[in-house]
Ligand binder design. Sequence first.
Ligand SMILES: [Fe+2]
Length: 109
Amino acid sequence: MLRYGPGDHNRLHQDVYGDLTFPLQVLIMLSTPDVDFTGGESVFVEQRPRQQSRPVVARPGLGEAVVFPVRYRPHRGARGVHRVQMRHGVSAVHTGRRHVLGIIFHDAR
Ligand SMILES: [Fe+2]
């Protein structure tokens, strides 16, 4: 369970711990955006080789889930399918409290 208050944010990162990591993870929004909090967008950044990073912003509503890659996602390029690095984070919360359930499937020690 993750709780963010005013000014809280999460830098771009990957949740990779231990030797085994399931490739997908989940977040479930437990607060109502624009009512319980403002700001606090879920940010995903794709890093493709020899290209500028590409950000994607998600604003799940109360009870909505986002399934996203822990580390890589497949991308079909000119020379076939390859994997691109993904990192995620949270933009700063401006007001209120943002509660999120984060589920990671890995072999942590
Ligand atoms: Fe994370």
